[in-house]
Design a protein around this ligand. Structure first.
Ligand SMILES: [Zn+2]
Length: 640
């Protein structure tokens, strides 16, 4: 508390100095508060509130912190009058959410309504002296986004307290000078999955990703090695989540279960995608008769502590660490994190999972950064000799579908809900439109449908072409060729249908989800095809089938195991992967600017990591390359 007062007093002095020396405006500051990683300045001077953009910009330069200017309660227009103004301006809206504490109103618009310009919004804010924000309801209803709103806006006082606590941590005075930084691999060391990297400086402890391993069978194998770090829950300052795959964020609620109450940073789309998959993770575990490692209450708690950030926004997350997210091209909202330690002490780029090629939904991963000394990079395809590209892969997919349909078979495509599913939908749309494959019904089952809804809610995180179509309210994914399956009865009807069809269902590695229902039904017929379009982790059912193990054990809906004999054709097409191919990984190292001194290879099986390391050392002979195992550390030195 004393610490907080001290920091706030110092900030107040700097702000007062700004107004007395640089900007002679009467500031009328009534309160300064922490709002997560930024500082909120409340004013009763309407002029200051109206001119907030320039003032916030100046203050950021002066105090090097993100600032938001808010109106004091005493000058805000009455709520009824504001509602009247909003009606005058927008006509009918889908709803308004008032946040009295912040003086903020969120206006919800239906998806067919054009968005107002920024200037129009500012005008409305100047008249009402409330901060007016607009949210367009997503073109597809999604339960998850509704749930997020309930969790975050449902208890505004708790959320404000959370943000204040986060601010206290972020803006505390730096005690130690940074002269050392260390990264310790708690997961993803020579393995695919359970990404978890602890970054420690003399001042801060930050966890980069907090994933789970789909292939482990004991806690020690599935959960990051938190057991090896003393007091991690008490001392952790922040968790940074790069994207919404379980092997990167599946264990975040687990930290909350054991008492962590600090911030979780991720991009805006990652927030709902993360909630959706964590809840699914619990329900899949329960269905299999396993004890889930955390409850829905832990998931909600984690969401209440999550701070979404846009790409390119530089954000202080501790006194000596700033992060910035950039597009990683892997799945919707996936991020490469640029981490700046100390004032110029060291810069890390953590790629996490990335794709260095444009896909149908996303642009390729960013490779130019302001500064970089250490690159922490994924190695999933580091040993794969198969060279694949999208055009060839799409061609292959068309051939497989045509062949299977012509012999009267069904095509079963297991997909991870997020990313690959939407890619495959866009490809099938294209193939149907261009008459490159025979027109057969396509059924979507499982989380695919909900995940697609979240995609269209965040058009600006996709490539320009898709974004434009979605903003124009065009359904680019679920077109007339597709039928989403919404009930058990509908599913049973599909299972009884004869003749060729395509089924796209979760989960992608056959570790649960409705795909197993279809697999059980279709496995025995050689005419059918099982087509993998994503990476299959060692130890999963998908991987076993790829190794041509044809007798497999499935868990039935009633929880009993059943042995089935898989006779259907099995194939895997690599080119749709959200991961970079071997060639793209090397191309990335060649393209990255500036060149790193250290390269740390993670998220790859031992063979992939060592092969990639050999190849990179030829490209960058002066770089130090690390291939740590779990629990290994790498010391980062002062930038030279
Ligand atoms: Zn991933």
């Amino acid at each position: 508390m004393a610490q907080q007062l001290f920091t706030l007093n110092r900030l107040r002095q700097e702000i007062v100095r700004y107004f007395s020396v640089i900007n002679p405006l009467e500031a009328g500051i009534t309160k300064i508060d922490f709002e997560g990683p930024r500082i909120a300045i409340y004013t009763k001077n309407p002029e200051l509130f109206v001119n907030q953009d320039q003032i916030a910009k100046d203050l950021v330069n002066l105090i090097k912190k993100r600032v938001v200017i808010r109106s004091d309660e005493s000058i805000r227009m009455q709520r009824e009058e504001v509602e009247e103004k909003i009606r005058e301006f927008f006509g009918n809206t889908s709803g308004t959410i008032f946040n009295e504490t912040l003086g903020e109103v969120i206006v919800e618009l239906s998806p067919d309504r054009p968005l107002p310009s920024e200037n129009e919004l500012k005008q409305l804010s100047s008249v009402t002296l409330w901060t007016i924000k607009v949210e367009r309801q997503p073109p597809m209803q999604t339960k998850t986004i509704e749930k997020i709103k309930k969790i975050i806006y449902g208890d505004p006082q708790y959320r404000i307290q959370v943000l204040r606590n986060i601010g206290e941590r972020v803006f505390r005075d730096q005690v130690f000078e940074v002269n050392e930084a260390l990264i310790t691999i708690l997961g993803s060391g020579q393995q695919v999955g359970r990404s978890a990297i602890l970054l420690q400086t003399t001042e801060s402890k930050i966890l980069l990703d907090c994933g789970y391993s789909p292939s482990g069978s004991t806690n020690l194998e599935m959960i990051p090695r938190f057991d090896a770090v003393e007091n991690i829950i008490e001392e952790l300052d922040a968790v940074v989540v790069t994207h919404a795959h379980l092997d990167h964020m599946g264990m975040v609620p687990y930290l909350f279960k054991y008492g962590y109450r600090g911030p979780v940073y991720c991009t805006e789309p990652t927030l709902p995608l993360m909630l959706m998959q964590q809840l699914d993770f619990i329900s899949v575990a329960e269905k299999e008769g396993l004890f889930p490692p955390y409850s829905e209450a832990d998931v909600r708690l984690a969401i209440q502590h999550t701070v979404p950030l846009g790409y390119g926004v530089v954000t202080n997350i501790t006194p000596d660490v700033r992060i910035t997210f950039y597009n990683a091209g892997h799945i919707l909202g996936s991020a490469v994190v640029h981490i700046h330690i100390g004032e110029g002490f060291h810069n890390i780029v953590y790629t996490s999972d990335f794709k260095f090629e444009d896909s149908r939904t996303l642009e390729a991963c960013i490779s130019k950064f302001p500064r970089i000394e250490t690159l922490i990079m994924e190695s999933t395809y580091g040993a794969s000799q198969v060279s694949f590209n999208r055009a060839q892969s799409e061609q292959m997919l068309a051939e497989y579908v045509t062949k299977t349909v012509e012999r009267g078979g069904k095509v079963l495509i297991p997909v991870p809900a997020v990313g690959r599913a939407q890619e495959i939908m866009l490809i099938l749309n294209h193939l149907f439109d261009s008459k490159s494959i025979p027109e057969v019904p396509v059924f979507l089952d499982g989380l695919v449908i909900e995940a697609t809804g979240i995609h269209v809610a965040f058009p600006r995180y996709m490539n320009q072409e898709i974004a434009k179509q979605v903003i124009e309210n065009k359904n680019v994914f679920i077109t007339e060729y597709f039928t989403p399956i919404k009930s058990q009865q509908q599913r049973e009807e599909v299972l009884e249908m004869a003749g060729p069809m395509i089924i796209i269902a979760t989960s992608g590695m056959l570790e649960g989800g409705p795909i197993l229902t279809y697999l059980r039904e279709y496995a025995g017929d050689e005419k059918n095809l099982l087509m993998f379009v994503s990476y299959q982790v060692e130890g999963t059912l998908g991987r076993r089938l790829l190794k041509d193990i044809r007798e497999v054990r499935l868990i039935r809906e009633d929880g009993k195991p059943e042995l089935i004999n898989v006779k259907m054709e099995i194939t895997k097409i690599d080119g749709f992967s959200g991961h970079s191919s071997m060639q793209e990984l090397l191309k990335y190292v060649k393209s990255i600017q500036p060149k790193p001194r250290n390269i740390v290879l993670v998220h790859g099986e031992p063979e992939a990591v060592s092969n990639l390391s050999k190849n990179i050392s030829k490209l960058l002979p002066n770089a130090k390359i690390y291939t740590p195992r779990n629990l290994d550390s790498v010391t980062l030195e002062m930038k030279t």
